[in-house]
Design a protein around this ligand. Structure first.
Ligand code: NAD
Length: 365
């Protein structure tokens, strides 16, 4: 392991030297969009390569604890013992995907299904898939995995999508942490799927979340889960606690994130792991959306682009490097929320959005 690690570090040095030219060669219009926004996760420049070197040293120092190895994303996977980790998260606005540190592509935009039940859930999921959305977020706790599965099957039967094109996320609830394997099988059955694209632990729970995460690791090796991650871990220490005791680096962290709570510290911390931030309450959540929709800055930017406040907020999430999963059962809203790929926020507008951060959550948990 140590020899392999040294070899990888040597390779990384060489990669760093050649990174500038190679990044330029890999240019695409999506890259260009991201390069205009200095605050995004993506830089794709020599500057970022240089910034990452200390991160590699940090990883070396904590190797025994995490066995995490960072590298240029374009170097593809490094098979580093138990862990396979990629750094430099990059949102591709052409394919509307991001390459996770698990090696799987994930859509950067999706639909949340919290509070959607019964036929409403089925219809919302089918409508979202039919309008082009490819990421569906559910959870055991939403009691709608069956409805999500039915919505997916209906969209497949209607010929709008194939299973491979759809990315399904579900979450393991804390009550199930003592018997994670059974919880995973039960979610698979309720969804009616052979595999789940991403399963995340719904909440941090020191004392029981490590064994739950290990059950998900086992399910990855069995092909039941493709990627695994976390939700509601709000401090770097808490995140590192779990990472330090487990093997597969979380592909994603789903936390409350929106213009008034931009999760800046956690996102900076996640960079070293190549872990992507996903925003729940991307629009502030039920009961709070008007607070964000009527924010003066957001309204001004919306007017400038002839877009709605919701579209400005969602576009901001993507340019800031957050996967967004707004919830809605309203077909017009589902359509409206997806129409955010035909414009971009300027650097100045991104800075004005950044300035809205109050580090204030709407939810109390
Ligand atoms: P959200 O920020 O997406 O807001 C949803 C509200 O916005 C709803 O009232 C909806 O009607 C409204 N809305 C949506 N689009 C609109 C538009 N274009 N114009 C006007 N109103 C619009 O909040 P959410 O749905 O609670 O969160 C998104 C998803 O995140 C959830 O559905 C769920 O999948 C996930 N989630 C996860 C956790 C967690 O603990 N991991 C917690 C909450 C939510």
């Amino acid at each position: 392991m140590k020899r392999l690690y040294n070899l990888i570090l040597a390779c990384l040095l060489m990669v760093s030297l050649s990174a500038c030219g190679k990044q330029a060669g890999a240019d695409s219009s999506a890259d260009k969009v991201m390069e205009q926004h200095g605050q995004t996760e993506r830089a794709g420049t020599t500057e970022q390569t240089e910034q990452e070197q200390p991160a590699v040293s940090d990883a070396e120092q904590t190797e025994a604890q995490t066995e995490n190895i960072l590298t240029d994303r374009e170097e593809q996977k490094i098979e580093g013992g138990d862990n396979t980790v990629m750094g430099d998260i990059s949102f591709n606005f052409e394919t509307k995907t991001v390459l996770l540190n698990s090696g799987y592509e994930m859509p950067i935009y999706g639909i949340g299904t919290y509070s959607l039940t019964g036929d409403t859930c089925v219809e919302s999921v089918t409508a979202a898939l039919n309008s082009g959305v490819r990421l569906i977020d559910t959870a055991y706790m939403y009691h709608n995995e069956e409805g999500v599965g039915r919505g997916i099957r209906r969209a497949i039967e209607e010929g709008f999508v194939t299973r491979e094109e759809i990315f399904v996320t579900t979450k393991m609830w804390t009550d199930d942490y003592g018997n994670g394997a059974a919880a995973i099988d039960a979610s698979l059955e309720r969804l009616g799927l052979d595999y789940i694209d991403l399963m995340i632990l719904h909440h941090s729970a020191p004392g029981s979340d490590v064994s739950a995460y290990q059950a998900m690791e086992q399910a990855v090796s069995e092909g039941k889960l493709r990627s695994i991650g976390l939700s509601n871990y709000y401090t770097p220490d808490d995140f590192d606690r779990l990472v330090g005791e487990t093997t597969i680096t979380p592909a994603l962290l789903q936390n409350e994130t929106h213009p008034y709570h931009q999760s800046t510290e956690m996102k900076e911390h996640l960079r070293q792991y190549g872990t992507v931030m996903e925003s729940w309450y991307p629009l502030g959540g039920r009961g709070n959306t008007q607070t964000l929709f009527s924010d003066e800055t957001i309204v001004e930017i919306a007017d400038a682009h002839n877009k709605t406040s919701a579209q400005i907020i969602l576009r901001w999430h993507l340019q800031a490097g957050n996967i967004a999963i707004p919830g809605s059962s309203n077909e017009a809203h589902i359509q409206e929320n997806y129409e955010i790929f035909d414009f971009e926020l300027t650097e100045d507008e991104m800075q004005r959005m950044t300035a809205l951060d109050r580090n204030e959550r709407f939810a109390s948990y």
